[in-house]
Design a protein around this ligand. Structure first.
Ligand SMILES: *Cc1c(COP(=O)(O)O)cnc(C)c1O
Length: 240
């Protein structure tokens, strides 16, 4: 099936899931996870009217950024970000989904201050415990977000998670529900410095459940571009 056809089918499914969940279809956006996908194939999606893209590796993003610039996509960084790559990534992205530690906060803040600009960020949460070592434990998120008051270059817009990798609907939805509760908690009085808008969760295998549980940004790759040549452990390595 062509990429533009897969995209329009998925958009329709997302719309239907929103309606089934009693949600406004406009409240959910689709971000295409383009790791390993060649620019020519990504371009098909962009020419079909798609705009939001996400990459996991800095070098891969830089290469695609240049090639696809004429089509004016909006790039988000959704992978694990090493502090020594911050400088390289900043000119290319509009949002970082994977803010997960103070050392990264400090490096981002330093570079952004130098450049006199701000960056939209999502705090990555480890909602599944055993499935991924990345992201803050849910119980650490409120204090982390409070600390970000001291770093006005970082505009917190919401939360991101990779749910449990499982076909067990109940357990996957539990991850999403945990995220939604946290998201609502962070709209409280203690956090007037953040604007909780985005809940980035749901991938090819679980986006329908994520919609039902309140996702606003879905990150989908395989369902549009097909299976990837490398296992995802290459992109989410075990060691930090
Ligand atoms: C690869 C990836 C996705 C998309 O996964 P699919 O299963 O291919 O839809 C979403 N989020 C992140 C962070 C990813 O690395």
């Amino acid at each position: 099936m062509s990429i533009s056809r897969s995209l329009s089918d998925l958009q329709l499914e997302i719309r239907n899931e929103c309606l089934a969940a009693g949600r406004d279809p406009e409240s959910v956006r689709l971000l295409l996870a383009t790791k390993t996908v060649e620019p020519a194939r990504i371009a098909e999606a962009l020419k079909a009217g798609h705009r939001l893209l996400g990459e996991n590796k800095v070098q891969e993003l830089k290469r695609k950024f240049t090639e696809l610039e004429p089509l004016q996509p909006e790039w988000h960084f959704i992978g694990h970000l090493q502090s020594n790559k911050v400088k390289d990534i900043l000119p290319h992205i509009q949002m970082l989904h994977s803010l997960d530690r103070m050392s990264l906060v400090k490096e981002l803040n330093r570079r952004l201050q130098d450049q006199g600009r701000t960056l939209d960020v999502l705090v990555q949460v480890n909602s599944s415990n055993e499935a991924s070592k990345f992201g803050l434990p849910p119980e650490a998120v409120a204090d982390f977000v409070e600390t970000l008051k001291g770093y006005p270059t970082l505009k917190v817009k919401g939360l991101m998670t990779l749910a449990l990798f499982s076909s067990d609907e109940y357990r996957v939805r539990e991850c999403f529900q945990k995220m939604k509760r946290l998201f609502e908690e962070l709209k409280g009085d203690r956090f007037t410095h953040v604007e909780m808008k985005e809940l980035s969760m749901g991938m090819s295998s679980d986006y329908k459940w994520a919609i039902a549980e309140g996702a606003t940004l879905l990150r989908v790759g395989t369902k549009i571009f097909g299976q990837r040549p490398y296992p995802d452990s290459y992109y989410w390595p075990e060691e930090k």
